[in-house]
Design a protein around this ligand. Structure first.
Ligand code: AMP
Ligand code: TRP
Length: 344
């Protein structure tokens, strides 16, 4: 087997408002992994256009997600931050993977079913093939670790299937070109911690999402202190006091969600939070949560705003990241062309 350096890759779509789910499920993990891994973080604009986008808004969102990465503490000098469309190899490798993946595999993707809704005939081909592009994102850098929220687990499994089928289909050519037994590593999902699936503040059974029509369902990274406080105070709860043990959260999705959010923001486990707040009512708990959320999130929102005002700086960060990403991507594509049998 070839040896693969432990490299992290992950992506966030530049669509709508970045929210607490993105922050706790993905971005805080991105920040932590910088200490132990080589990291590549991508604003996946090619993924965004699988559904209609307003071009001006798209540009603004690309810069906003980049600003969020930087404001949260991602170091774009030490690691790589860029937007996907600046590295053409993403689309190129995705095409090869379109020819490796099977219709049957993609037909099973729950995110496609959810996003396409009832009118599947009218969904873009890109929305259907989305997971092949995601596999290309990761495997272009031969990344081994992919921090994501729980909702991306199925797509990660598909990326592994694609890597494995490519390695098998082209086994002979891979060996003949001097790459040993496997060209692509099988990327491992990193889905860890207490907030891998942050739920809506209005309905503890629904995921917190950029596309929820109710802004009160989510805390946006750009929300100010008053807005955060209002949304938390309005968050749906049940009439009982908080339990002292985890088991007591079982059939209480809203309580479970708020405790999870508190734990993640404070770097604690849910059990530790319940040890402090068990027996207390929600108004006490929510006040503490407001203080914590405001302390943790407002500085990031403020810094995001400051950074987004300087588009030239952000664009410079993306261009520099893209140049570094392209070097790695090119090398992979040259090898892929040899393996597949293209003249270049
Ligand atoms: P997206 O906004 O769909 O590009 O998602 C960016 C990252 O945030 C992905 O790793 C998602 O899994 C993660 N994410 C999105 N929504 C949530 C949520 N409600 N809870 C936890 N993670 C989430
Ligand atoms: N599909 C992911 C999402 O919707 C975003 C994404 C695109 C991604 N390419 C990726 C995540 C590669 C991890 C690795 O959230």
């Amino acid at each position: 087997m070839a040896e693969f350096i432990p490299r992290v890759f992950s992506g966030v779509q530049p669509t709508g408002n970045l929210h607490l789910g993105n922050y706790l499920g993905a971005i805080t993990k991105f920040v932590d992994l910088q200490r132990t891994h080589d990291c590549i973080y991508c604003v996946v604009d090619l993924h965004a256009i699988t559904v209609p986008q307003d071009p001006r808004q798209l540009k603004a969102s690309i810069r906003e997600v980049t600003a969020a990465f930087l404001a949260a503490g991602i170091d774009a000098n030490q690691h790589i931050v860029f937007n996907q469309s600046q590295v053409a190899e993403h689309a190129e490798l995705a095409w090869v993977f379109n020819c490796v993946a099977r219709m049957g595999w993609l037909n099973r993707m729950t995110q496609f079913k959810e996003k396409a809704g009832k009118d599947r005939e009218n969904a873009s081909v890109g929305l259907f093939a989305y997971p092949c592009l995601m596999a290309a994102d990761i495997l272009l850098y031969r990344a081994t670790h992919v921090p994501v929220g729980e909702d991306q687990k199925q797509h990660l499994e598909l990326s592994r299937d694609i890597a494995q089928k490519f390695n098998l289909d082209f086994a002979e050519s891979i060996a003949a070109n001097g790459h040993g037994e496997a060209f692509f590593p099988l990327p491992a999902p990193l889905i860890q911690g207490v907030a891998t699936r942050v739920m809506s503040l209005r309905d503890g059974t629904k995921k917190m999402s950029k596309s929820d029509p109710s802004d009160n369902s989510r805390i946006n990274l750009s929300d100010d202190a008053d807005t955060i406080a209002q949304k938390i105070r309005k968050a749906k709860t049940d009439p009982d006091a908080l339990p002292s043990e985890i088991e007591g959260l079982g059939k209480r999705p809203e309580a479970d969600n708020l405790v999870g959010i508190f734990a993640a923001l404070n770097g604690q486990s849910k059990a530790e939070v319940l040890a402090d707040f068990g027996g207390r009512n929600f108004s006490t708990f929510k006040s503490a949560l407001v203080d914590l959320a405001v302390t943790k999130l407002v500085p990031i929102g403020t810094e995001m705003k400051r950074l987004t005002e300087d588009a030239r700086h952000i664009d410079g960060v993306l261009a520099q990241g893209a140049a570094r990403a392209r070097e790695i991507a090119r090398e992979t594509m040259v090898a892929v062309k040899d393996i597949v049998g293209f003249v270049h």
